[in-house]
Each structure stands twice: as C-alpha cells, then as structure tokens.
Ligand binder design. Structure first.
Ligand code: GCU
Length: 635
C-alpha cells in the first residue's frame, strides 16, 4: 500500500494549515467575471494554482436568496460554473471547490451554500507587547514593532486560512484593551493589516477601552453622556475610517474584571454601547458589547450577566450586538447554555466561543471542540442569534496553534459559523483530508478511528477534569491543573473552586435550584422545570444545578459518589485509549507529526491521572466513602 511517506508531497507541513497545495505547472482554465476586483483576483489565483479539474467559469449574478456571501457551484459537461452575488461569495466557492478536490470528493449536481451568519469573527486576545492572554501557541502573530513598514508574510497566509473556512472578521487585540491601539501610530499599523486582509473579504475590528478618551487625551471623564466624550469618539471614528474605509467596529469589555465602563459614571451598558455605536454608525460600523460581567458582591455568579443585561432588552441601538459567552460562567469544559440567549428578543445577540483551550488543557490536550459548540446549538436555535465569535488559538508557532489537532478547532469554528448544521464528524473528516492526512493514502477505517478519537475527546476532558456538572476546579491563575482545595486567604470568593463545587461532608454541587440560588428560574419554564428536579436534570448538569448527598441514588442505580469516581476513571481510560489507538495511525502519517502527537497524548494521560487522583482524593476527604472496586484507586 502507498503510505504517506512514500509520496514526497505528503510530508506534513503544519504551517500550511488547510490551504490548497499549489500544483507545479498547473494548466487550470479559469474564467473570471469582467468586473474584476482584488478578491476575484485571489479566487482566480487560488484556482489557477491548485485546481486540476474541468475549466471553471466564475460569474457574478443577482440572486437574493444567496445573501451576501453565498455561492452556487454547478458542474456541467465541460466546465464548472461558480456563481455568487459578490466577490467574497466567489472566493468562498473557489475554496470549497479546492477543499473538495483535496478530499477526493466528486462534485454533486449542484452545491448551493448560504452562510447562516453575515458576521463570522475571530477575537484575538493579543496584547500589544505580543503576549497573548490565554494563548498557548507562541507570541502574537502581529509584529506591532515592525508595522507598518514590515509586513510579515504570515498576515496573508492567516487571511487565506480564514477565508478558506469563511471567517470574515478579525478583532486584532485583547478585550482587556490597551487604549494605545486607538492612537494615531497604532492605527497606521492596523491599516496595514486591514489592507492585507481586504482582498480576502476580512474586515478588521478593534477592542476599545472605554476610558480611552481619558487615557489617550486626558479628558476628565469617559461618561458616555458627556459632550466632550461623545465628540472624542466621533472624531476617533472619523480618523479610523479615513485610514480604513471598511473598518468593522469595536468590541468592548466594560465594567468586567476591573475594566472601565459606563457604570463607573452611573450609566447603563446600553448608554455606553449606544454612544460608541452612534460614533460608528455614519461609517457603517458596529459595536459588539460583551455581556461577560460578574462581581464578587452578588450571590451567584452564573446569574449575574442575565440580571444586568436582560432588563436592558430593547434599549440597544441597531448597530450594537450583545456578545454573550456560550455558558453563564466562563468557558468551562461543560456549561449549560447562558440563559441570556432567548431572553432578549428585542436585542441582537451573538455567541462567543473560546477556541483557545484555556480550560481544556491548553495546547497539550487533544480536545476537539465541535461537539461542544454543537451542544450549544442543540439548546439555542441558531436562527435566534445574529453572529458568531470565537476567541482565537493562533500564535506564531510554526503550526500556528501548538497542538496539531488544535488547528481543527480553528477550522471547525469557521465551518460552524458558516453552517451550524454541519456535523462534527464531517468537519473532522474535511479537516483531516486537508491537513494531517493530505496526500496520504489512509484507509477508511483509520480515518474513522481518528474521527472517533476527535469526537470523544472533549467528553474525555470533561470526565477527567470535572464531570457531572462540576466546574471551575482549576488551579488559580493559569487554569491548567486541578486545585479544588484552593483557598487563598483574602482571595475573591468567586475565584475559589470551593465557591463552585461546594463540597462538604454532606454532599457536593451548587444548589441553583428554586430552593437555592434559583439560577434555574432564568431558563424558559419547561426547561427550568426539568432542571429543577434532580431526578430529571440531565446527569451532565446535575452538580451545576444541585447540591446532593454523596450517597444520592442516581436513576442509573449508582450512588453519586460511585458515579463521580467512575466518570474520572472513564476520562483516564478514554485518554489512554486515544494514545493506544493513535499507534494505528503511525504507518500513514509523517513520522515527526506522529511523534509530536504521541508525545502530547502521553502528557494528556499523565494530566488526566493527575486530575482524577487530585480531585478524587480531595473529595474523598469530605465524602469519607471508599472508592468503587472497578476503578483504579487514586494514589
Ligand atoms: C476569563 C479569562 C480572562 C479573560 C476573561 C474575559 O476570565 O480567564 O483572561 O480576560 O475571561 O473573557 O474577558
């Protein structure tokens, strides 16, 4: 059998991501529409360099049902026709053709795709000194010191990779924003990046610090109703649009984790957001205003965003989108969906996923996140939200994301933002064929095995870290290892794991039922009823919503304690299994890639045991119950 290593082209190059491989002396016949543009030129060039099929004719048409970015591919007798309303639509169609070619898929009679969202955006938490908040794959790819004079070739590759999965917006800087990004010097650097991105249909956005007028220009206040402040933001918007006519807008983290915001001046989030939105409005820009707010003073952190934002429904201007994390706490391996979704019917809302694995083993653990995001969409109707954002996992590592499989999360984010109905399996299959299996003659059962590992990986992480609805058992600060015992004197109670697990000699879990904090009351009635009853509450959310005795009888017949132990055990067993099954892949992939993933899986198994042992030994001190016989006792 022809294996990967017997074909020269198939030596794995992680820096290439899922981008089409150029074909030497390619003779593709590509006909572009008369009204050319930089974007159409990119589409033409990509096809010319890599398409090996029948001639492609691209046409711009007027078809309302395709929306702004949709496309139709129709293979004919002697040519393939690609039509779209816009140049980006043609570009997305071109990349789809190339992805199908790489995957060895034959074209069906017609492919018709219309993205579910107009805004599919990555949020970089990159600081101006090139550190990345919660980044695990090197330094920021934005080399601010060299810009605008020096343009790293990576900017273009990054733009291509995003366009190839349909991502059309990028927030360049951290939500904990330095005001300096809005200074004239930095705006020229931002312009240089925007110019590179434009042909790829990607708009640039910036995280804005609400106190920028005070910090940059010494205004005495940042009160959103102050005339000088309003003028400052208007002038700033005009300055930006003079440089970047298609600037997307601002992302704002306000009155959250110490960031300034309108509440500092007794104004509401809506007043703050609208003031900035009005400055951007004449230029076509938007404000994405984050709902990630909580404070130690209030009772249950999981309730706070809803309490602060829901009453503001209907008060936001039409170019404001409220950006809500998928869960009510903070990107945990598993959370129920945030009850704010569906609770603000007169406000545009968008979801914020986290692609970077802050709470899922950083770049060391294989955790494919498509199943987690699909789970969100199984509770929240995709049609009820306006846009999708993802916190990027990109850095200047050679392969961009540290763990080779972390690339799949960037890819899957883009694909699901394009079409949330795609399955995790199909996306994994597409990604594998374009990346680690590209050019390799991999038997179907091996591909199926790797897809299966990917599909099970997130649940394994949940099991060995915090099963059954447990959350935030993380070590303080870095969020990598377990620390359910963490108690820092004088530390914020809502930053301590004990705030979340509430384990004591009587039992474990956070009582958010109607008898407890009643966070359950923020969900729609029919769901709330189910969640409120521990016998009906899905097991994966049990300890999120209930504090239960250690020997509570589950519907399965197990006690809570035994089941908890078995989940931790299962997480370890699954991870070991991934390690064992990865061996089957060895003959088919590049040896360096094989070794890299094998090494990381070894670390993951070590960490899974560390999590299981640490958590179970700690909880046993409280439960005082023996470990069930069928698990390996922690040491
Ligand atoms: C988490 C994360 C922070 C980040 C914050 C946010 O709390 O740990 O680093 O700034 O989320 O989303 O704003």
């Amino acid at each position: 059998m022809l294996t990967c290593m017997s074909a020269k082209a198939s030596v794995y190059d992680g820096s290439r991501l899922w981008l089409p491989q150029p074909v030497e002396n390619n003779a593709a016949v590509i006909k572009a529409p008369k009204s050319s543009s930089a974007t159409i030129n990119v589409a033409t060039a990509e096809l010319r360099s890599s398409w090996t099929g029948a001639p492609v004719e691209m046409k711009l048409i007027k078809d309302k049902s395709l929306g702004r970015d949709g496309f139709i591919i129709t293979p004919g007798k002697d040519k393939v026709t690609l039509t779209a309303n816009s140049a980006p639509g043609l570009l997305y169609g071109a990349y789809r053709l190339l992805a199908m070619q790489t995957a060895g898929k034959s074209l069906p009679n017609e492919i018709r795709e219309v993205p579910s969202y107009d805004l599919r955006i990555l949020n970089h938490w990159d600081n101006l000194d090139r550190t990345i908040e919660r980044g695990y794959s090197g330094s920021s790819i934005w080399v601010w010191d060299e810009l605008p004079a020096t343009i790293s070739p990576r900017y273009k590759e990054y733009a291509r990779a995003n366009a190839a999965v349909g991502i059309n917006g990028v927030v360049l800087n951290n939500v904990n924003a330095s005001s300096s990004i809005l200074s004239a010097g930095y705006l020229h650097k931002v312009k240089a990046i925007a110019d590179i991105f434009r042909p790829y249909g990607i708009k640039v956005y910036l995280s804005a610090n609400f106190a920028a007028p005070m910090q940059l220009d010494s205004l005495p206040t940042a009160d959103p109703l102050d005339r000088q402040v309003i003028k400052w933001w208007k002038d700033k918007a005009s300055e930006i649009y003079r440089l970047i006519p298609d600037f997307g807008g601002f992302l704002v983290k306000a009155n959250s984790e110490g960031q300034p915001g309108p509440c500092d001046f007794d104004r509401s989030h809506a007043q703050g957001a609208n003031m900035m939105a009005r400055a951007l409005k004449p230029h076509g820009g938007i404000v994405m205003w984050r709902a990630f707010v909580y404070s130690p003073a209030d009772a249950d952190r999981a309730k706070q965003a809803y309490i602060e934002f829901q009453p503001l429904d209907g008060q936001f201007d039409d170019n404001v989108i409220v950006q809500i994390k998928n869960g009510p706490v903070d990107f945990q391996p598993r959370e129920p969906y945030s009850p704010l979704f569906g609770a603000m019917p007169s406000t545009d809302c968008m979801v914020e996923f986290q692609i970077t694995q802050e709470y899922l083993g950083h770049s060391n653990h294989l955790a494919y996140l498509a199943p987690m995001w699909k789970e969100f969409f199984s509770y929240v109707n995709p049609k009820s939200i306006k846009a999708v954002a993802g916190v990027a996992n990109v850095g200047d590592d050679t392969n961009w994301t540290g763990h080779p499989f972390a690339q799949a999360n960037w890819y899957a984010f883009g694909r699901l933002a394009w079409n949330p109905a795609l399955t995790g399996e199909d996306i994994a299959d597409e990604w594998l064929s374009q990346t680690i299996f590209n050019g390799c003659n991999v038997p179907a059962e091996i591909t199926a095995e790797v897809i299966d590992i990917m599909m099970r990986s997130r649940e394994a992480v949940v099991d060995y870290m915090m099963p059954m609805g447990l959350h935030h058992l993380f070590a303080f600060g870095h969020h990598y290892g377990p620390e359910p015992w963490c108690a820092i004197e004088g530390g914020r109670p809502d930053w301590m794991p004990s705030y979340y697990h509430r384990a004591d000699s009587a039992g474990i879990g956070f009582d958010r039922s109607s008898k407890g904090s009643n966070a359950i009351g923020q969900y729609p009635d029919n769901l709330a009823k189910r969640l409120d009853n521990p016998a009906l509450c899905p097991e994966e959310f049990l300890l999120w919503f209930h504090h239960l005795p250690w020997e509570y009888q589950l519907p399965s017949g197990d006690t809570l304690w035994d089941s908890l132990c078995r989940h931790y055990e299962r997480g370890v067993v699954e991870t070991r299994d991934f390690q064992r099954r990865w061996e089957h892949v060895q003959p088919y992939v590049d040896p360096a890639l094989f070794d890299d993933i094998q090494r990381r899986l070894k670390t993951q198994v070590r960490d899974a045991i560390w999590w299981k042992d640490g958590c179970l030994l700690y909880f046993q001190e409280l439960s005082r119950l023996p470990f069930p016989d069928d698990i390996t006792p922690p040491v």
